[in-house]
Ligand binder design. Structure first.
Ligand SMILES: [Zn+2]
Length: 502
């Protein structure tokens, strides 16, 4: 069996640990005080496709009100989700969904809350008289009707995948509240680290994979109701995704250091393909850990779901679109490796995915290329060439005023988003690798992760880091690659050369 052979290769080859990696001080996740804690008690009905329950969120107020994103409401019946970008997410067959909120309480007292946004995708909760010196608790009841479509929150006959489903606190920055709507392009999310405790009740016979730690979850069976209740914890995560799977799903599990990696496929899937993807998940998790810093969570789940997205990242869990469980080309490897890299870029180091999607996506896709290259340069060539070609094509967008460094709503199509953010963004890092060498670039990225983990990083900060490393202002380089100022090509190359010391 190819999977077993790969495991032994993985474990008998000593890791090429780079200087400094061993000594990198990473905090244990439990020791970092998260900004907020979420406690939810939910009941899942797989026949009605509903999730109902209560949510309590403790946090320090930043204002006389708090906002929660209610992303599922974008899929309401009355929503007007026209245009080709929404068509991709919704697919041909679709059913609406929504999240109803009731009985909002602040520190136990009912408050007059408001729904905002054209599709009620925001919940505004008044916090009058609450100060940031003291934590406040907002509680609410909710009833989620899961929509049926091609997106991150949907279901099929065997699984229900819940991405961006729970109400989540909006961020407040120096320039005010960030109440960005659910854009049809990119992953338009921006959130702070939090601790989660979920109690999930589901009919017996189903299995769960989530951002929490299933391997130590307390599971209680109830009689005669034949329900299972899972207690799930996740510390220092930006979101909590949950997938409910029927008994057609099976898991392959392994360990990378102390991390349990589980890959969920279905009966009827080619077991070799599933095993191979599992190996990619394990091997890439190990590779990024060595290159960019320790993965501080106990589990990592790779789950076959439906969807249009190829793969979708959440903390400690990724969704992989079903068709990649029957493909043997390198695209499937690249998708699993890409989503795994997001555990560092997006997961550990957060960023504003609305205004600066390139910060996590370009680094994630660069990391994917580096991983594939480390495994088999000949096989990696196809994927790397694809991204470099997209970067070239992306130059045609310069005349239209598009750039890599812009907000998700400024991209007219998924194609332009892909070519710019993934293609050109990743090609920028690849160009730097070719100029400065892998070791130096990865040392820079390791510092970036170390200094920003559990927090947020900005594009501006990456730029300053590049300037400091080169000893010369990185503006021409960034302008050429990310702002599509094509006339800066030579100045960008000169900057790379200038920064090439020793
Ligand atoms: Zn991505």
């Amino acid at each position: 069996m190819i999977g077993v052979a790969l495991i032994s290769i993985l474990w008998t080859q000593p890791w090429t640990i780079r200087a400094g990696v061993d000594e990198v001080q990473t905090w244990l996740p439990q020791q970092v005080p998260a900004a907020a804690s979420y406690r939810a008690d939910v009941r899942v009905d797989m026949k009605a496709h509903t999730v109902t329950g209560t949510l309590a969120v403790r946090f320090s107020p930043q204002d006389d009100k708090a906002y929660f994103h209610l992303y599922p409401n974008v899929f309401q019946e009355r929503a007007d989700l026209g245009g080709e970008n929404w068509e991709q997410i919704l697919g041909k067959q679709r059913e609406p969904g929504s999240i109803q909120i009731s009985e909002v309480r602040v520190d136990g007292a009912s408050v007059p809350y408001k729904l905002q946004g054209s599709m009620d995708t925001l919940l505004a909760v008044p916090l009058l008289g609450k100060s940031s010196a003291k934590q406040t608790e907002v509680e609410m009841n909710f009833a989620l009707q899961v929509p049926f479509n091609n997106g991150r929150l949907s279901y099929n006959d065997h699984a229900m995948w819940l991405g961006n489903w729970l109400p989540i606190l909006a961020m407040k920055g120096a320039d005010g509240w960030r109440l960005d709507p659910y854009a049809s392009i990119g992953d338009p999310f921006f959130s702070e680290m939090a601790n989660y405790h979920l109690r999930v009740q589901i009919e017996e016979g189903y299995q769960l994979a989530s951002s929490g730690i299933e391997s130590v979850a307390v599971v209680t069976q109830t009689r005669p109701q034949r329900q299972s209740i899972y207690e799930l914890d996740a510390w220092n995560v930006r979101d909590f995704a949950l997938v409910i799977l029927d008994d057609s799903y099976r898991q392959e599990s392994g360990k990378v250091g102390n991390v349990v990696v589980r890959t969920w496929s279905q009966e009827g899937d080619d077991p070799q393909v599933a095993s191979h993807l599992h190996q990619v998940a394990m091997q890439s998790l190990a590779y990024y850990g060595n290159q960019f810093g320790r993965y501080p969570y106990q589990e990592y789940d790779v789950v076959k779901t439906g969807g249009f997205f190829g793969g979708m990242e959440y903390p400690s869990i990724v969704f992989i679109q079903d068709e990649y469980f029957s493909r043997t080309d390198q695209v499937a490897d690249a998708i699993v490796a890409h989503e795994t890299a997001h555990q560092w870029f997006y997961g550990l180091v957060g960023n504003d995915e609305v205004r600066e999607a390139w910060v996590d996506e370009s680094l994630t896709d660069y990391a994917t290329m580096a991983y594939l290259q480390s495994v088999d340069p000949a096989r990696a060539r196809g994927y790397i060439q694809l991204r470099l070609a997209q970067s070239k094509t992306a130059e045609t967008y310069a005349a239209k005023g598009l750039r890599v460094w812009q907000s998700v709503e400024q991209f007219p199509t998924w194609k332009s988003y892909t070519e710019l953010v993934y293609g050109r963004g990743a090609a920028m890092w690849w160009a730097l690798r070719e100029g400065w060498g892998e070791d130096r670039l990865h040392e820079l990225l390791r510092q970036y992760v170390l200094e920003n983990q559990y927090g947020q990083a900005k594009g501006q900060e990456l730029m300053e880091r590049l300037s400091a490393e080169a000893g010369a202002d990185a503006t021409p380089f960034v302008d050429y690659w990310l702002k599509l100022r094509l006339e800066q090509k030579e100045a960008a190359e000169a900057w790379v050369n200038k920064g090439k010391h020793e």
